[in-house]
Write a protein of this length. Structure first.
Length: 101
């Protein structure tokens, strides 16, 4: 949901700017609903493609990130003090890290 839609026109001409801004003010709720529904529809339609792109780029860095996490886990173990990765990470992330121990 869009919190507040601020739509202003500046045509460089006082009368036309006033007219367009008046129309935008009158139809603000309808314009806001249209923008919201269009954004939601686009996100639903293209979310798979967006996630595919995100996964493509994060996959190449996953080994690096896991290595950093593994080193962090090792450092915490060596330092002691009761702080461990299981206290910080989700169960799935912890299981993934355990594969590298």
């Amino acid at each position: 949901k869009i919190g507040d839609l601020k739509l202003e026109f500046d045509t460089g001409h006082t009368v036309s700017t006033w007219f367009l801004n008046s129309l935008a003010s009158i139809f603000k709720d309808g314009i806001q609903e249209y923008v919201e529904s269009s954004l939601n529809e686009s996100l639903q339609t293209y979310s798979g493609a967006i996630l595919d792109v995100c996964n493509k780029y994060t996959t190449q860095y996953s080994k690096v990130l896991l290595g950093i996490m593994r080193e962090g886990q090792k450092s915490l173990r060596e330092a002691g003090g009761g702080i461990t990765m299981p206290n910080i990470l989700s169960e799935d992330a912890q299981k993934l890290l355990e594969q590298f121990d």
